[in-house]
Design a protein around this ligand. Sequence first.
Ligand code: 0RQ
Length: 505
Amino acid sequence: LSNRLRHKALFNKIVTSKEAASWIQNGMTIGFSGFTSSGDPKQLPIAIAERAHKEGKPFKINVYTGASVSPHIDSVLAEYMNLRLPFQSNDTLRKEINQGHIRYIDQHLSETGDALNTHAIPQVDIAVVEALAITEDGNIIPTTSCGNTHNYIKNAKEVIVELNLAQPLSLEGVHDIYDIPAFGRRQAIPLTSVDQRIGCTGIPVEFDRIKGIVVTNVPDTPKKLIEPDKETIIIADHLLNFLQEEVKAGRLSKKLPPLQSGVGSVANAVFYGFLRSEFSDLQLYSEVLQDSVFDLIDEGKVRFASGGALTLSEAKMNRVLQNFEKYREKIVLRPQDMSNNPEIIRRLGLITINTALEVDIYGNVNSTHVMGSKMMNGIGGSGDFTRNARISIFVTKSTAKNGCISSIVPFASHIDHTAHDTMVIITEQGVADLRGLSPRERAEEIMKNCAHPSYRNQLYDYFHEALQRGGYTPHVIEKAFSWHTRFAESGTMLEPMIKAEKPKA
Ligand code: 0RQ
């Protein structure tokens, strides 16, 4: 243990998870480490739930994290949550949120730190953070993610550390913790390239604020491996063709600007697409570094990857973490207010690739709300990246749910990314390049290139009726959500007379 707890005073602080759980009181706000099930505490959340269940007294806490975290926080603690922020992607939690049982603040991931530091949200009583080690001079070394951990540690009255022996010490040094100064004292953030380091490798904490240390030995919850399917492979090909055309047109050089990509099936397929592409010397400035990134590094395609978390499948996790020496010179992990920082995203000129649930004919994108009202996951980092990108790209399959839902609709039932921010839309049908187009031209481009053929005529009918009414962004307001109401009533967005031609899945 002494190679992980590097000051002898720390040994007196070792406690059981049961004892540490007894310090969490009803009504408290807890800031957990963790970002996409990487680097979150493993034992304490379970111990907190067990204690609350056993005592049977009213017990609700506010749960802050980096982003989505593992089920041992979001499923296990769901019934004990009052407020949850800034992102989740958990089935149990989703149900509770949509029933109004949990107050969920769906937040741009870059903004939680500022919200906390300006006292716009309840302050953190206790930070519960996973650590690789605590140094002699009082720095907590994070594990596989940085998230909001440094902000929670900074703000918390007390800190409980889960020292995870399952996380290899070779991770030490991969983090770059830069503490953004408070408003009023802020200057330009001195980060001008993807591979630059401007911070420290650990998070400072005074020993007397460490209330306890729980020793654990549990690996991260692996991410389910999502193999690319026929459609996501076509989407990836369209995207790569688009980038090649940009190079041919002289708008991009062969050495692409840094790339960002969200999580999920399409995002993974896109990055696998780069494996077979002519592009090399790639740089990533992203939130999550998924399996595909390490394959790209192995193939010599990636020069450097900056992320906020290592989000890996079981097989890849074992391989990457056991051989981390091989990757550490090519990787840096940053807190999310740096990985998603608008100033840096704009400065580096990122090409961003995120996934839409639905896109309307003018290019407004809904990433979060199913049928306009039910929360899916949250906006995550997609807003941070999209608004500030050099080229913002959204990808989606043109239909969902066996063809009964068109992802291209007359009017997005909820808008996360307005048409001002969305530049390129890609489905398996093709690419709509919206840059330099007015709303009416954007509509033509999206309907022609991105809509599924089964829905294309329906969209044109709507658009032509809207044109009769005129306007800058023409609409038939009373019919704008008729596709969504039709789906709610009949189980498909297809109009009755063309239902017979239901698209194949
Ligand atoms: O449903 O799971 O029941 O099969 O939505 O859709 O096509 O598998 O795509 O996994 O990439 O998720 C936008 C949710 C897409 C995600 C979203 C149904 C579809 C399927 C999932 P099933 P796919 P993905 C970095 C960036 C916001 C946050 C973000 C997301 C399920 O990408 O949460 O970008 N993004 N963060 O059938 C109803 C529609 C639908 C639909 C698809 N129009 N209506 N259901 N589905 N379109 C990450 C972080 O910030 C941490």
